[in-house]
Design a protein around this ligand. Structure first.
Ligand SMILES: Cc1ncc(COP(=O)(O)O)c(C=O)c1O
Length: 375
């Protein structure tokens, strides 16, 4: 049977990983500044992470959500404390798209409305409502068509004020837009969103699937704007590669049996992975590291005159060039063995390294970048 061919592939076969690095079958080493699409938070094959999942597997791999699973409560307690939302509750699922589906559903269950505001260049996943709220017609099938999603220009306060009314059920926005090319919402824009949601009985959903879990130098990117969303969605870095997603739910939402559900969400292995990730983030001060190395990288990149713009926060950085980045990215992979990411903006390279990146790693990249653009 052939694989359904939906991904353009690099001609590289990683067979093992360690921290910031991947190794192929011939033992060639690659620096991972893409983090498997912002998924690798604490580094490849971290020993504490490997041990936690292995030990859990030896005890019990799976049982359904019909029994008590204390490791879920342990995860919720740890996450609540470290992220600054101890009074929110946690719904565990398996992916980012699923987290967004459930967040949008919860908003609509609660206020009984159905109009959603989303923004230009947004990406929220590929399932029905998540893809309908994604600003990319090319990945929406006819069955995903949804007249209740209103796309507004990103960071445009006037458009937002004009469009908002009592019919709005929820607003969904990324903490930092990732796929769209690393675009940061203005503090004033996020504050206005919060205000308008309060005024019109709408819910504010922060999609922190890519920008969360310490990547921005804050636990959640929106925390730099000092606002509190009603619902926060997470996935990617949460499990460092073990599939897990979640919705953090403000206390205004009451839970009811069967309101939401999942077979695999909150399984023992995913929880043990997610707890190990939080342990490592805390023990190794990875959020401070993301901020420090991220600031360093951004400042150094801004020195290159050939760049149009450097955008980002912490270790989520968009490097916009004057021309398409395809050949530059190829040079970085082939000549310097460095993985970087792309975005929907053809001129923008996306940097999403594991949060354990060191200054020496950053310098190695800067040198390779310098020689690649001067080539
Ligand atoms: C901001 C954002 N939201 C949602 C998703 C979808 O997550 P998943 O692929 O786990 O469904 C992604 C994935 O890239 C994302 O970047």
């Amino acid at each position: 049977m052939n694989l359904f061919d939906v991904y353009p592939l690099l001609n590289i076969t990683p067979v093992h990983g360690k921290g910031m690095f991947l190794f192929d079958e011939q033992g060639n080493r690659y620096m991972d500044l893409y983090g498997g699409h912002a998924v690798i938070s604490v580094g490849h094959s971290h020993p504490h992470y490997v041990k936690a999942i292995s030990q859990q597997l030896e005890k019990l791999g799976f049982y359904s959500n019909s029994v008590k699973i204390p490791i879920q409560n342990e995860l919720a307690d740890k996450l609540g404390a470290i992220c600054g939302y101890p009074d929110y509750s946690l719904f565990l699922c398996n992916s980012g798209a699923e987290a967004n589906e459930n967040a949008l559903k919860l908003a609509s269950f609660k206020n009984g409305k159905k109009k959603i505001i989303a923004f230009s260049k947004s990406f929220h996943g590929r399932t029905s409502l998540a893809v309908a709220a994604t600003d990319d017609k090319s990945i929406q099938a006819k069955v995903n068509a949804n007249d209740d999603i209103l796309f507004l220009p990103f960071n445009d306060t006037a458009a937002l004020e004009n469009a908002f009314n009592d019919e709005i059920c929820a607003v969904i926005i990324e903490g930092i837009q990732g796929v769209g090319g690393v675009n940061i919402p203005d503090v004033s824009f996020l504050k206005l969103l919060r205000e308008l949601c309060n005024k019109h009985n709408a819910f504010l959903i922060l999609d922190e699937i890519q920008s969360g879990y310490g990547r921005s130098g804050y636990f959640f990117a929106h925390q730099y704007a000092d606002i509190q969303p009603d619902l926060i969605t997470v996935a990617k870095g949460m499990g460092n590669g073990f599939p897990i997603g979640a919705v953090l739910i403000s206390p205004v939402f009451e839970a009811k049996h069967s309101l939401l559900g999942t077979t695999f969400g909150g399984n023992y292995l995913a929880c043990s992975a997610a707890i190990a990730v939080l342990d490592i983030i805390e023990q190794e001060n990875l959020i401070a590291n993301a901020r420090n190395i991220g600031n360093y990288l951004t400042a150094q990149l801004k020195e290159f005159k050939q760049l149009t713009e450097v955008r980002g926060m912490g270790l989520m950085i968009g490097i916009e060039m004057q021309e398409p980045i395809a050949s530059l990215r190829n040079r970085l992979i082939q000549e310097h063995h460095i993985f970087t990411g792309t975005s929907s903006n053809k001129n923008t390279i996306r940097i999403l390294p594991p949060l354990c990146i060191s200054k020496a790693d950053a310098d190695y990249f800067l040198e390779a970048f310098s020689s690649s653009i001067n080539n």
